[in-house]
Each structure stands twice: as C-alpha cells, then as structure tokens.
Ligand binder design. Sequence first.
Ligand code: NAD
Length: 411
Amino acid sequence: MKFNEAVKLYFNRAADQLELTDDMRALLLTPKREVQVQIAVEMDNGDLRTLLGYRVQHDNARGPMKGGLRFHHEVDLDEVRSLASLMTWKTAVVNIPYGGAKGGIAVDVTKLSKRELERITRKFIDEIHEIIGPDTDIPAPDMGTNPEVMAWIMNQHNKYHGFNPGVVTGKPVEHYGIPGRSEATGRGVGILALKTLGRLGHKPQATRVAIQGFGNVGSHAALFLQSAQCKIVAISDVSGGYYRAEGINISEALEHAAKHKSSLAGYTEADHISNEQLLELDVEMLVPAALGGVITKDNAARIRAPLIIEAANAPVLADADDLLAAQGTTILPDILANAGGVTVSYFEWVQNRQYYQWNLDRVRQELDHVLSSAFEEVWELSRRNEISLRTAAFMLGIGRVSRATISAGIT
Ligand code: NAD
C-alpha cells in the first residue's frame, strides 16, 4: 500500500469513530492550496537547471500552517500532499495552534555545492514568499535541509516583507533559533517511550531497546533513554547494526561517529549485525528512527519487540500495522511519537514573536508538559474506545480540526 493510501486509511478509521459525514471528510482531506513552481538556477559550471518546487498548505482551521521543506530527488506532489495532511493531524494531536503544510524541491542535495544550494533555496523563496509568513505558513527543516537553509529563507523572505524571524523555524541558535531544537524530536521520542512503558507496567531498568538510525532523532532518543536507565542493546545507521547484550555506551558511540563523518562504521565495541536483524531482535522496545517503510507484511511476524515507538515517519506500513496489532504489539504512532520537533519549533516561533530568548531548561520543561498531556489524552481515548493508539491519535487530531472548522463557520 502506498504512503498516501495508508494516510487515507488511517484518516478514515478515525473518521468512522468520530462519525464524520462524507462531506466533512472531503473537506478535511482536500488541501487548501497546492503550489508548484519553477526554479531556474545557474549552476557553478554555468549550466542552467530547471527544478520543481512544491508547497502544499493543507489546513489552517487551528492556526497558521506549519511543516518542513524536504530537498530530495524523490520529492513529488503526492508525497508532499500526504505529509502536509499528517502535519495538520500532528499539530492538532499535541494541541499547538497550527495547521499543517509541507513543501520541497525535487533535487539531489548530495550533488550540489553549498552555493548552488543557497541559490536554489533563495530562488524557491522568490517564488513562494507571498504565500508563506509568520501568520500564514511557517516552513521548517526536513530531509535535505538544515538550520543554515532556514537562515537563508528568513533572510530572503525579509527582503520582501521586512524583518520577521518568525517566518521560519529551525534556524541556527545564534540567528533567532531556540536552544534544544536539535535534540527535540529524539528527546520527545524518549519522553513518550517512557510514558508508554509506564502505562504498560514495564520498568526502564528491565527494558532492552533496539534503535534503528543514529542520526539526529535516533542518537538523541538513545541518549535520553540511556540516561533513564533503559539498556540500549542495539543501534544502527546506514553502515549496518551494532549489538551488545550488556548494553552499548551511547556517549562512546557518539564520539566514534563524531570522529568518522557521523558514521558508526568501524565501531568495534559491539557485534556487527544487519539493519534487518536489528528489527527482529528479542528486545522489549524497538525504535525505528531512520527510514519509512522498514516494517512490512513480509517481516512483521518476525518482529519480537512488544512495543514499537515510531520515531521515523511511517516506519510501519499499513498492512504490517494490522498484522502487528493481531500479534498484540503496541505501536506508538509517528504523529505523536515524533511531534517533539514541531513542538519546539512552535516554542521558537513564540520566542521570535516575543523577542525574548528562552533557555534550555524552559524548553525542556514545556516540551515535557505538551507531550505528556497529548500522550495521556491519546492513551485514555485508546482505552475508552478500545482502539489502537494510532487510531486514537488520528481521532484526537481530526476531531480538533473538524470542531475548529465548524466553529469558524463554513459558508
Ligand atoms: P538523519 O539524517 O539525522 O539520520 C538518519 C539516520 O538513518 C542516519 O543514522 C543514517 O545513517 C540512517 N540511515 C539512512 N539510511 C538507512 C538505512 N537504509 N538503514 C538504516 N539506517 C539508515 O535524520 P533524522 O533527522 O534523525 O530523521 C530520522 C527520521 O525521523 C526520518 O524518517 C525523519 O523524517 C523523521 N523525523 C525527523 C524529525 C527531526 O526533527 N529531525 C522530525 C520528525 C520526523
């Protein structure tokens, strides 16, 4: 099943619970605006390249639209559209006053020089500056973009509309960004994983964890969970998996990666396994934090972890989701599990609007509060209605958006 079909399936399961009419479903599923633009740029060697850029603004019933910009050669309108709708439900689940959007450029950033990347980014903003802004649509980093790209976006947008740092989040801390943004998604994964363990009656000390992906999200989740006394027995990245039954020292693994171009390749303190083997380990908790679509109907029966925390977007495909539910696996869904990033992006936007710098303690405290409240609501809804945490999370998000839509008046 394709990603966009899965999103629609999850939407409809929640909409059934909410008894939404077909008319309301059509309204909520249809993006408010989809924009495709031409980005014509001169490359360093003098060649002219024409790229396609997208911004899909899905819904603004609860506030300005919010969502990342993905620069990746596989970006297309279908994918951007589905991701935009997920942002609407995600911001609603954690109850921050935003709608959802997503954008991107179909380009392989690994083949660009920094100057080319900057020219492409600025050209893209030239094309979409009128439809983004601190009160309308606020982009953020995603795959292939980073804080520096966000700084260029702010700078380019401000040339047209005057100084306003709140037009984009995920900026460098020294350039109107917020402390704690880079750790936010992984830390949020850790906070929510502990909450779920608590509700399932498991102690962190008795929890063995396998984490796929050791980038921004996976490494921060690993650090957080280790400091909470979970035993991280396996980690991985694109170079493969690393397993140690007695537990891996995450700080040492991070030091190794820092010295080897962010790679775990050559890490000898653990046994080398494959990424596929990591997913099938005998552990209490599995945290896929790399790619989407890694748990499918083909390997679902071999997944032994009774708890999966979806740190990546859509790591469990829809048909695997049903098989795992049948075998009693608890899945904390992506729209809640990885919402720490957009939550701290929201704090950055608030900080920018207040012209008041938050400190790390405050960011962490408020992140904990927002995610914990959302978790309790999703958990209770799931128990009360005897539905999965995924359907409960979608139900909570979609319910909030539909009520806001009706309150505002549709005529
Ligand atoms: P990242 O680029 O920092 O790290 C990705 C990690 O995955 C790296 O360790 C990389 O080596 C590994 N990886 C890549 N290909 C792999 C493969 N084939 N097998 C195993 N590992 C592989 O990315 P990130 O920011 O940590 O994001 C990870 C996931 O979380 C993505 O799905 C992303 O969409 C999602 N996510 C990220 C954020 C955020 O704030 N960074 C927010 C929400 C969701």
